[in-house]
Design a protein around this ligand. Structure first.
Ligand SMILES: [Zn+2]
Length: 68
């Protein structure tokens, strides 16, 4: 389970969005996490616990000093 996220990370979810994309950009971190679909731009908010379970992997980390 992925637990470390940064704003701007691109994550792949286990389930794909109806638009066909699996990649989401993290746009808000907190108790709830807001992500934007990379395919259609839709924004959804998920409880952190659910988000952590749904993320399959980080496609591109935005962490400072970390190579993608
Ligand atoms: Zn979408």
């Amino acid at each position: 389970m992925v637990k470390e996220f940064n704003l701007g990370d691109i994550v792949e979810m286990r389930k794909q969005h109806p638009c066909g994309s699996k990649d989401w950009e993290v746009i808000r971190l907190g108790a709830d996490i807001k992500v934007k679909c990379c395919g259609c731009g839709r924004i959804v908010m998920l409880p952190r616990i659910k988000f952590e379970k749904d993320v399959k992997r980080i496609v591109r980390s935005n962490a400072v000093g970390e190579e993608a």
